[in-house]
Structures are given as C-alpha cells and as structure tokens.
Design a protein around this ligand. Structure first.
Ligand SMILES: [Zn+2]
Length: 420
C-alpha cells in the first residue's frame, strides 16, 4: 500500500477573475478527462501511452495548457484502471464504466503549482500555461496543518464544493523503517538509452554499456529486411525481426544483470531510473520498426532492471525524466542550450563539459533522494526502500502513519498515482 496522506485546504474565496479562470479550466479539464474515458472505453485499454497519444492533443485543443492536459490524461488513466481493476470481481457486470460527473476539479502536476509560504500565510501559485503568468490563490491553512502543507509534494488537485474552492495536497509518508537506521542510502543513477544502452553512475564508479558496436548489427538487419521486402519475402522479414528481438533480449539480460550486480556491491543501494516517459524523447526519429524495437527494448531493459533488483532486495525509485539531460551537474543550470549537439554536454553558465549520457546519469542519481521521498518506490521490497531512505536528513520529521484522510467526504484518490 502507498502511504499517502492527503491534506485538503480551503482556498480563500478568490476574486471574480480568478474564479472565472478556475471554472473555465475545470470545465475544460472535465471535458478532457471525459474524452480520455471515452477513448479508454472504446479501445478497451487503460494504457497510459496509448491514451496519451490520442487524448493529449484533444485536451490541448480544448485550450488546456500542457501540464493540465497531461494531468487530464492521468486522471482518465487512473479512472479507467480502477474500472478494469474490478474485472475479477463477481459484481463486475453491474459496474458501469466511469464517467466524469463534473466534480473532477483541476489536476495539478508538480510543475503546475507551487506553495509559497510567508510565515503563517500560504499562497498556492498556479501556472496558467503562459510563461511567467500565474494565478495566486491565498490558502486558509489551519496552524496544525502548516508543516504538512509546507511539505506537500507531487500531484495536487483543485476542486469546488458548493461555492468554495479547495486544494487537495499529497504528503508522502514512507513505510516504517525496520532497523538499520542511521545507514546512508547509496544512490545509483542509471541512464538508459538506445545508442548507448546504459550509463551507470555510483559513488566512485562509472559504467558505460555501449551500444555503438550493436548499431552496425541493427543497420545490417534493417538492410536485410529491406532486401527481403523488395523480394516480397515477408516470411524472411518476420524471421529476421524475431532474430533481432531475441538478440536484443539476450543483451538486455546481460546489461540489467551487470547493473544490479554493480548496485549490490554497495551497502543500502537504491537504483534510480528515469520514469518511462523518457522513451518518447529518446525514440524520436528513425525507421518505424527501429523506433518500435527501440521503445520495446528500452521498456524491457527497464523491466529487467526492476525485477532483478527486486529479487536482490534492492530498492528502485523512478526519477522525473524532465531536465535530466539538460541540467548542469556542477552548477545546476538547466537549459537546452547546454546540449550543443547530440551526445555532448557543455554548460553555458559554468563551462562544465562532459559526455551527455554520463551527465544524465549523474543527474538521475542526484534526483534519487527526492524520488525516494516523493516519487513512486518501485520495488516489491518497500521495506528496503524505507530502510535505505531512513537515513536521509530530508526524512527527518516525517512521521510514519497509515493513510490518513482529513475529511473523507472531501478527499478522493489523487490523480496520477497508479496503484502499486
Ligand atoms: Zn554549469
């Protein structure tokens, strides 16, 4: 079970312009979620990538800013999942497909909002999708909630009940650590790619799993397939594809094994991977089959690292993939200009230079503590994540308790938090 504490805070009644913005955005958000549900029902799927592909552009067309469109897709995915999750229930035939009833509110992704604190006063700063333009919503925070509100992270939700607006904030609570407290976790950053299969950065170690040598093989395979295609030997094309898949799988087994073995040499290792959305950026371009193979192989490699780590009792956390490739690991400056060309990193502020994949792996490792605290621990052995995380100074003061809702009538499951 996820230990998620949900704190609901009232928004001090906003002025008319803000109220209109909230209502307009909530309407568009509900429509977008409904589009997602319609698609999920039609395609009989709750697959995030598939729904994202069709629903995201629709949501944007409804006028939703990118962050909100993404959250609308997440909300539809979560609802569709909860529906399909009941398939095994004996009452499934009586369960109707979910639809939006207008009380969805507005999902706020981590980038869409910030909580600005000034002493005892809190203001929710909400992005409008236009650079530098925000809607500022002062919050009525009871004193006893102050620390929790200040620590809120992750996805949030603005919603209306009657005439009032509320914001539901998530505070992640880690599972009870079992002994071993005081041990520092070691974060092992793994950047997975297509050209270079993986770069692993751990204290005192960098491992490159280079894919350049395989590239020849894949290009050769593509050329073979083209030739078979010309001679209309689809059987040969298919056989060749199968061969390539099997070869990639064997390679993935080797790489994932080595990554997990490397991690196992550390005390209290935590493997940090990027969340899977990363593949969209990596698998751009290329021939259709190569692209398909790439994303398939990439996903498989991620899955192998995950289950091999879980088997070895090593925690895996998933870091936010945004900015990992363009942030300077030395000074923290993040801009696209730091990547003058593919494969090379050069910080425009401090001049730091390095291999782009190595830089990404370092950034991923650095995102480990945050991912461990707020992200989605991704291991069958949650206890070991708790153990590893226990030492982090950022965890100080986080009380361990069961999922506690402040008001069961106001709280509904947070968006975008898939069940483990
Ligand atoms: Zn720099």
């Amino acid at each position: 079970m996820r230990n998620m504490e949900c704190v609901v805070v009232k928004v001090i009644p906003p002025n008319r312009a803000k109220r209109e913005w909230l209502e307009r955005t909530a309407r568009a958000f509900a429509q977008a979620v409904q589009c997602g549900l319609a698609e999920a029902q039609r395609e009989r799927t709750a697959n995030r990538n598939r729904l994202h592909y069709t629903v995201y552009p629709q949501a944007r067309a409804l006028g939703l800013p990118a962050d909100y469109a993404r959250m609308a897709v997440n909300a539809a995915v979560a609802l569709a999942r909860s529906y399909y999750g009941q398939r095994k229930s004996p009452h499934f035939s009586k369960v109707s497909f979910p639809h939006v009833n207008g009380s969805q509110g507005i999902g706020l992704g981590v980038r869409a909002y910030a909580i600005v604190r000034d002493g005892d006063r809190f203001v929710l700063r909400v992005s409008t999708g236009h650079r530098g333009q925000y809607v500022w919503l002062p919050l009525a925070v009871p004193v006893r909630y102050a620390e929790r509100v200040a620590a809120a992270r992750g996805d949030a939700r603005l919603f209306q009940r009657g005439a009032d607006w509320y914001v539901a904030l998530a505070v992640r609570v880690l599972p009870t650590p079992t002994g071993c407290s005081g041990e520092e976790p070691t974060f092992i950053g793994v950047d997975l790619g297509i050209v270079r299969h993986a770069v692993v950065v751990a204290p005192g170690a960098v491992a490159f799993f280079d894919g350049k040598a395989d590239r020849w093989r894949r290009e050769h395979g593509a050329a073979l397939r083209r030739r078979y295609q010309r001679h209309r030997r689809t059987d040969r094309v298919r056989a060749q594809r199968g061969k390539e898949r099997r070869w990639m799988r064997a390679l993935n087994h080797q790489i994932s094994r080595q990554i997990v073995n490397l991690a196992a040499t550390y005390a209290h290792p935590v493997i940090v991977l990027e969340r899977l959305e990363g593949i969209r950026y990596r698998a751009k371009g290329g021939k259709r089959f190569n692209r398909m193979l790439s994303s398939w192989a990439f996903r498989e490699l991620v899955d192998m690292v995950r289950y091999k780590a879980a088997r070895a009792g090593i925690a895996v956390v998933l870091a936010d993939p945004r900015n990992t490739s363009k942030t300077c690991p030395e000074c923290g400056h993040a801009t696209r200009a730091n990547r003058p060309e593919q494969g090379r990193f050069r910080c425009v502020r401090c001049g730091y230079q390095g291999n782009a994949d190595y830089v990404a792996a370092r950034n991923i490792a650095a995102a480990g503590p945050t991912a461990l605290l707020h992200g989605r621990p991704d291991t069958a052995r949650l206890a070991s994540a708790g153990q590893a995380g226990d030492a982090g100074s950022r965890l100080d003061g986080v009380k361990v308790c069961a999922s506690a809702h402040t008001d069961p009538n106001l709280v509904s499951p947070m968006f975008g938090t898939p069940a483990l």
